[in-house]
Design a protein around this ligand. Sequence first.
Ligand SMILES: NC(=O)C1=CN([C@@H]2O[C@H](COP(=O)(O)OP(=O)(O)OC[C@H]3O[C@@H](n4cnc5c(N)ncnc54)[C@H](O)[C@@H]3O)[C@@H](O)[C@H]2O)C=CC1
Ligand SMILES: O=C(O)CCC(=O)C(=O)O
Length: 465
Amino acid sequence: MTPPKDIPYRVDMARSVSNSLSLSTSPTSHFHSPPSSFKDRPQYNKQLKPFQRESIKVLLLENVNQTGRDILEQQGYQVEFLKSSLPEDQLIQKIRDVHVIGIRSKTKLTENVLKHARNLIVIGCFCIGTNQVDLQYAARNGIAVFNSPFSNSRSVAELVIAEVIALARQLGDRSMELHNGVWNKVSNGCWEIRGKTLGIVGYGHIGSQLSVLAESMGMSVIYYDVVNLMSMGTARQVSSLEELLGAADFVSLHVPELPETKNLFTSKQFEQMKNGSYLINNSRGSVVEIAALVDAMRTGKVAGAALDVYPNEPGGNGPYFSNELNSWTADLTKLKNVILTPHIGGSTEEAQSAIGIEVANALVRFVNEGATLGAVNMPEVNLRSLTLDEPNHVRVIFIHKNVPGVLRRVNSILGNHNVDKQMTDSRGEVAYLMADISDVDQGEIKDLYQSLEEDSSRIRVRVLY
Ligand SMILES: NC(=O)C1=CN([C@@H]2O[C@H](COP(=O)(O)OP(=O)(O)OC[C@H]3O[C@@H](n4cnc5c(N)ncnc54)[C@H](O)[C@@H]3O)[C@@H](O)[C@H]2O)C=CC1
Ligand SMILES: O=C(O)CCC(=O)C(=O)O
């Protein structure tokens, strides 16, 4: 088979020899000796180099922070960077040959897209949410997914505090009026937030951080969560959403996108809110039925709203926030005291820089060492690093279907060598085995790889050395 022009020969070999999706499985790769300056150290980690790093192709979408790009480029990987997300047809073209993809919240990695990703081994979500990725499909195909679980939590919580005050004082309207030359000095319907009650729905990383900030500004905090959680400060957990809605002056949503949170807020919930209360949604657009919110605001039941997220969001910056995108847009934008922001809850220099570092490092650990610590769709497996004084050691990674009898078969293959350490774990249908074995000659690696490839449970084999 002649390799396509832009794919290095060994990538194509990996595919044709093993029928594997993974470049790094290639048993034909060269061993790279460690730099001689390291050799005098008594104990040092061996950099596993089963492939030429410059063959690893990385596609970064949605303006991933420079910190992340630097880490990946320093590895020698080929990094392609785009500022926006891509429509599905272009994404399918691009994803065909990459081994690593980095996205934020806009890029939808559905089964339909992922089935074209024949070389992909890992996805980095440079954000908290992972609802944009088909996590099950990815796991079933040996593709690990990483995110940054709390690097932007503080940024979101601070934005909510700003929104609580801005809504209470109708700041958006006053500012817009003055931009249009209208002086409108009023106090009617404007409030201090001191002594008011904030109701937080979803008391996880963001909700609990917000709780602390709100209390420090003199608010009382109540929260509703499906899990029983420890309260921060003097906040109080309530037993139902209805109870929260009946007591809160401000309601702020911090739940993930799940089937159970879809349209969590419809006309019923708006009816249960206090008259003249406020709604803030920085979670996901699917959580609130916007047409119902528009109705609740027209009647005055809800006195103001701040929205950062929408059911449909544009892939990049530009004049796209229109009825074409979401049918209720014109109704919403005509309302008074509505603050609309373009999904910027986590968009601060601090958060983006920290996310870039955290996710890029997780990607490098996975590509180079096979470690899945922090993966959101796979068992978390890691072994201490191999060291440079272990020259004939090989790390075997065997991602397989979680069915009986696999370990017996795999260990009979590995058993021809000395298994120094091994860890295996499962998550749902998928299991992940990592083993460091010694006394392996370079010439035996290909056979080892081939034997594992032939096991009926195999999802993906990688041999790192
Ligand atoms: N606007 C933005 O830029 C950002 C938005 N987000 C969104 O915020 C969400 C929350 O983030 P974190 O606080 O980090 O998540 P988290 O996972 O730490 O907390 C979520 C909480 O919601 C609770 N929960 C789940 N289902 C619930 C339900 N039906 N009713 C009540 N509580 C429920 C969970 O038990 C958990 O305590 C993310 O999933 C993401 O979608 C996150 C970061 C930035
Ligand atoms: O900053 C982004 O692109 C997405 C933020 C977000 O929604 C998240 O972290 O889940």
